[in-house]
Design a binder for this molecule. Sequence first.
Ligand SMILES: [Zn+2]
Length: 415
Amino acid sequence: MDPALPPTDSAAIRRRNLGLVLRHIADHGPCARTEVAAATGLAHGSVTALVADLTDRGLLREDDALRSGTRGRPGRPLRLAPERAVVAAIQITSEQLRVAVCDLAGAVVGRETVPHELAPGAPEDMADLVAAVVTRIGDTAADDLGRGPVLARVVVAMAGPVRDDAAQTVVVAPDFGWMRPVGLRELITDRLPDSAVAVDVVNDANAAALAEFHALKRDSRGLVLIEAGTGIGGGVVLDGRIHTGSHGIAGEPGHVPVAMDGPDCVCGARGCLVCYAGPEAVFATAGLADLLHDKGLQAAQASLLTLLAAGDARATAAIDTAAQALSAAILSITALLDADEVVLGGLLADWFPWLAPVVDARLTGRRALAPGLDLRITPSALGADGIVVGALGFARRAILSDPSAVPPLPAATRS
Ligand SMILES: [Zn+2]
């Protein structure tokens, strides 16, 4: 230990090194200590001590010695013990909580939906509900001997910008009637027993964007998710991380202006993407405004898809307008961010076969000017499940990066 470092820093360094070792073994295991040392740049003695710590926590196990043809003591390969801890994702909607639990290998071990009828504008009531669900998941996971699995992390995803600071403040959430900043993380944590699981709060579309990024089976540095649901939302992932911006409101493609003289938008600007490609605009142009109002989004969407398939002129014109606006927004966004993937989600994924040719044509000029520009536009791979999948991934990577959240196994139960 470097005596010049304050104790908190050396503890932080040890936590980081535990994470380096565990992440490498989780991603590349089974592997020997020498391989871990070479890959992480840590000294062999440090790796041995860190592996012992992780084994005490029940997060690693040793395979039988490899039968190798070479001389010398064979290495005992290490692998992740994924069943030692679970993480949970809780997506809050105005009607229900969507809950999923997975182990450290990402295998989903439980799912449920918890309906609620909470009145809008009462974040304390929402915190009560979430805390009760978290407590129940923790109690269900644990066994009496303390061998686990322990509930190691919970990520709550909801609509509304979330500041990327220690408090993870929800800036505003009109869908829930929260018109002032809400410290949801603190509200939930205050309702959990001492030393209970760490909770994170993230924006739902950001979680979905991260999930789409990890679902890509190719190298990509930047991804922009644009999805239409009740409005148009989205998220930005740069170099593998969610980009939340200075105020937590980055990744709102719905309010990228696409027309200087367009209609006034609720956001205070004019001619935003949502004014042309948002569900209300598209269904109105397609002649389905009454259906949307009377029967809801799903009925209007089903009708629109039928009309599009039949080549209906108004439906086709509505999607064409949406596609022109979407193209302008994509050109603006990618000019600024140089992202190489644009994923269209929600209603936009269903409209993709009609949107894609128009968007492709509008991008031709930019592509001709920069032949190396490799910009792919694809429909969402994960659909509505992306939010929960993204939140689970966020939670799982948090534990693999900082395994100190998982306590040592009780001495009597260690093998
Ligand atoms: Zn706007």
